[in-house]
Ligand binder design. Sequence first.
Ligand code: PLP
Length: 382
Amino acid sequence: MHPHHFATKAIHAGQQPDPVTGAIITPIYQTSTFVQSSPGVFKGEYDYSRAANPTRTAFQDNIAALEGGRHGLAYASGVAATGAVVHLLSAGDHIVVCDDVYGGTNRLFNRVFKQLGLEISMVDMTNERAYRDAFRDNTKLVWIETPTNPTLKVIDLEMACGIAREKGATSAVDNTFATPYLQNPLALGAHIVCHSTTKYIGGHSDAIGGVLITDDDELHTRLKFLQLSEGAVPGIFECFLLLRSTKTLHVRMDRHCANAEKVAHHLEAHPAIERVIYPGLESHPQHALATRQMKAGGGMVTVFLKDGLAAAKRMLERVQIFALAESLGGVESLIEHPAIMTHASVPPEQRAQLGISDALVRLSVGIEDADDLIADLDEALR
Ligand SMILES: *Cc1c(COP(=O)(O)O)cnc(C)c1O
């Protein structure tokens, strides 16, 4: 196929009509094994579904095309995908991790992999000097997330991946918040892109999953070996749901971004709000970088309430359209309190250092009517 634009790839990449029936949609190949004609002789790459399954292959090829990479591998969850990358390393290796990563990523690195003999340094990657200084002779991996969660810091991927290459380390970027529609880390020098497909890629709050994408043949071969050996693969129905979801990713993201921008502008002028963080606002500390690196500001908005925890709790209890829930990236708007909910597993001292205060509220702006969302927030803040 020609190098098509995003929307065309979203709908067509990795998918051919079913060769037997002509079905336009890739079927749910709900099978664990495949019949062989002679010992060791099977059709294409399919002998057992942990190793490969046609529905999974179609999804993997589709998402890889959207990130501009040649290889995609799907996992049972975003953290399973993250773990697979770390399993490329050996005890004694050192990893530089962005200080403001997803709470579950923080827990995985500091409470699981540290015990297995990996060295972990967490650093503010918006500070190039501090980032450079974090490298050691045994640094093998850099784990980057941008925009970060929940303080929406934007990290310069060209800088961060460039320095990792210079130091001989593999760079992996968690692109969950931006999605391949807004930002393509491989084009900016990353070796591996990671997504929790549970969020925007799935987009309908009905499936848990993760994916890794790379353009590097050797890394892909090693990751595919780990995918087969560890077996943290997604169910076949999940792959079907995800393949259905990627077809509308660009349409949903346009609306998520437009709605989030309206909500961010509105809240920035609201008397109950101390501060709004949104990469699309001129007041964002890395607004110029965000504009250069991302197609739009994304669907996440973080706010600090003037009256702290009491005001935050009151707002979260009073919203009617926004649902009080963890997670993000679905068509429905969600609101949550990171210090008590998503980031409770981050130690309190570290939370304080990252600015995740009790006054901080995180919004995942959905694709409902923007005026209704704004009216709901206004009512909850009254
Ligand atoms: C949710 C999330 C993860 C973990 O994904 P799961 O699918 O919940 O395992 C990783 N990174 C980011 C940025 C996330 O939002």
